[in-house]
Each structure stands twice: as structure tokens, then as C-alpha cells.
Design a protein around this ligand. Structure first.
Ligand code: MRU
Length: 353
């Protein structure tokens, strides 16, 4: 079996952040150097970096970059300016709660640090490093716990996933693809089925790329083929990531996840969500309260450089949907696997805030 090949989408090096440019994969592997907070804001908005935990890590480093740019010497004024920095990062993408979780965590440390401006800046960078390191470990734990709930028959599973909840979407290793990596290492996996994930094609472009990097067999299907594959009996389990999970277990993830869950239910196939506790928003009682990002219509009216519909058409392009808790067999976290009903009680004590 092939061993884990590290993919790190957000890396601090010397005095800057290195981002794998996810808009160019798989055609081109390139790295973008980010030195300014404004450039991090753009990188998150344009999805050079994407995926809930990854944008949290990126924003954490973005606050440090912003802190470095502030020349004020008065502590109160400095913290006020840092607040503005954090708000510019928070305004990038609305759905993934990890973004706000990481920003809140960094700002809390900044406010709690006494001493000089330099000391506050140093603490902010230290906390960003901690968030990145913790996320990597968290994903490995998600992978480990996921093994305990994967069906035991057949011996080697055919696992369907949606979008990209892989190393590229986290600090490394991945959530849903963390489970894939663990299952592959334990020889429990026959192959991954990857939904292409219209409109931005994270499944086709990124999930297949990660699988190919590691020699994990992967079959690409379009989103509309999933139900057919389930009916034919070629899918044993579905594992997806999440961008925000409400306290009752309703889970927002990439658009198309909800229909996948409905299809899985209809075919009696277990449907799991793999996510860190930082993806759970305990302040929201249910999924209908999760803000859903709407992205530019160009994502759906144009393919490559070709417009695929006539002028005069109207568009609706929600980037996420919410899967109701009753369709979810379990939520695979770094602290174990929980049903939606037990999620709040079992995981809230672990949330770092
Ligand atoms: O719009 P994206 O590409 O940022 O959406 C990503 C997803 O929906 C992922 O499934 C989710 O963030 C989980 S990543 C571990």
C-alpha cells in the first residue's frame, strides 16, 4: 500500500504564507506567496485556498500579516486596527464556521496578551501555528475514528465522497479524505467514487488529484450519476465533509450533498459526515440558521470560456446546502463518532474558544 504523501495547502515559511493555488490544479501545481493581509483576503475569496478548516488556518495567518502591517504604537489603537483586519478576513466567505472560529480564537489571544505590540504580534503568529498544527492532528484522529464505523462488509469498501474534504481543504490529511486515507492504509478500501461537484468541480479537480497522488483507486462520476451507482450496488458508504454543523446535527456542505444523503437513505447506504469539532456551531440550534453563500452566476453559465445557456436566463448559485440530521448516520470527529442527537453533549466540552 502507498503511504501518506503529505499535501499542505497553507504553510508558513520564513516571513510569508505559501498557498497551493487550488484554482490551477490539477493542470498545474503552483504555489502563491502571500505577504499582505489584503492578498490573503483575495486568496480566500477567489478560492486559491478553500475548504472549511483550510480557510480558518489561512485567516489565522492573515491576521498576523495584518498585525505586521499596523504601525500604531498605542495598544488600544493597535487592537482596534487589528479588529478591522479580522473583519476584512471574516467578510470573505460566510458559510464555513471554521473561518470565524479561527478568527475569534486569534483575536481572543491578541486581546489577552499584555506587553508590547511586538509581543502581541508574536502571540498571534504562535496561535496561528497552533491552529495549523492542531488541525493536522485533528484530521488524523478523524481518519482513525472513521475506521471504527465503516461497514465491515464487503471487506474492501467502495466509498463515495462529494466536493473535496481532503488535505487541500484542511491543514493536511483531510476529514472525509482522512477517513479514506486511513481506510486505504488499513487495506479496507477498494476505491473512491468522486462526485465531480458542479459548478466548481472540486471533486473532479482536487479529490481525484489527491487520490492519484497516493495511488488510491478513484472513479470520477458526475453528480447526477450517484443515485444510479447506488442502485447498481457499487457504493457501500458515503463520507463527506462539512462547512458548518448546527447544534442539532444538521450539516451544511457543498451544494449537492443533501441530494446525495437522500439517495443514500433511499438505498439504505450509511451516510457519514466527517468534521472537526471546530466545524460545529453550537450557537445555531438548527441548519436553517446557517448562512448559505451565493457565488457569481458565471460559475454556472460558463464552462471554461464557453457560455452554455442563452442570454436572458436568470441564475441561482448557492454554494452549499444543508443535510438534515435524520439523514446522517454519524458525525466523525477527532473525539469519536456521534449521532446527531448526542453531538452537542459529547463534543461541546472540547470546543476551544
Ligand atoms: O467551496 P469550498 O470548496 O470551500 O467548499 C468546501 C466543502 O464544501 C468541503 O466539503 C468542506 O469545506 C469540508 S473541508 C474538510
Amino acid at each position: 500500500m502507498t503511504s501518506f504523501t503529505p499535501v499542505y495547502p497553507v504553510v508558513w515559511q520564513d516571513d510569508r504564507v505559501l498557498l497551493i493555488d487550488q484554482t490551477r490544479l490539477p493542470a498545474e501545481y503552483s504555489v502563491v506567496e502571500i505577504r499582505l493581509c489584503a492578498d490573503m483576503v483575495t486568496a480566500i475569496k477567489t478560492m486559491i485556498v478553500r475548504g472549511a478548516p483550510a480557510i480558518g488556518v489561512a485567516a489565522a495567518y492573515g491576521i498576523y500579516l495584518g498585525a505586521r502591517e499596523i504601525s500604531l504604537t498605542d495598544r488600544a489603537e493597535f487592537l482596534e486596527a487589528l479588529e478591522q483586519v479580522s473583519q476584512s478576513l471574516a467578510a470573505t466567505r460566510p458559510t464555513a464556521v471554521n473561518l470565524f472560529w479561527a478568527i475569534n480564537r486569534i483575536m481572543k489571544v491578541a486581546r489577552a496578551t499584555s506587553g508590547s505590540i511586538e509581543q502581541i504580534q508574536a502571540k498571534v503568529l504562535e496561535e496561528a501555528h497552533a491552529i495549523a498544527a492542531e488541525d493536522l492532528h485533528t484530521c488524523q484522529e478523524i481518519g482513525r475514528h472513521g475506521l471504527s464505523v465503516l461497514p465491515t462488509t464487503p471487506q474492501k469498501l467502495r466509498l463515495l465522497t462529494h466536493c473535496n474534504a481532503g488535505a487541500l481543504a484542511t491543514a493536511g490529511y483531510g476529514t472525509a479524505l482522512g477517513v479514506v486515507r486511513s481506510a486505504w492504509a488499513e487495506e479496507r478500501l477498494e476505491r473512491v467514487y468522486a462526485d465531480e461537484t458542479r459548478p466548481r468541480l472540486q471533486g473532479a479537480k482536487l479529490t481525484t488529484w489527491e487520490c492519484v497522488q497516493e495511488g488510491i483507486p478513484v472513479t470520477l462520476i458526475t453528480d447526477s450519476m450517484a443515485a444510479h451507482c447506488m442502485k447498481l450496488g457499487t457504493i457501500d458508504v458515503v463520507v463527506v465533509g462539512a462547512d458548518r454543523i448546527a447544534a442539532n446535527g444538521d450539516a451544511a456542505n457543498k451544494i449537492g450533498t443533501y441530494s446525495l444523503a437522500l439517495c443514500a437513505k433511499a438505498h439504505n447506504i450509511p451516510f457519514y459526515v466527517a468534521a472537526p469539532v471546530s466545524t460545529i456551531d453550537f450557537e445555531l440550534a438548527e441548519g436553517s440558521q446557517i448562512p448559505i453563500e451565493e457565488r457569481d452566476p458565471s460559475e454556472i453559465h460558463t464552462m471554461g470560456s464557453t457560455r452554455i445557456c442563452p442570454l436572458g436566463v436568470e441564475f441561482y448559485n448557492p454554494s452549499f446546502d444543508v443535510t438534515p440530521a435524520e439523514l446522517i448516520a454519524g458525525i466523525i470527529t477527532e473525539h469519536g463518532v456521534f449521532t446527531p442527537a448526542e453531538l452537542k453533549e459529547k463534543t461541546q466540552p472540547f470546543q476551544h474558544l
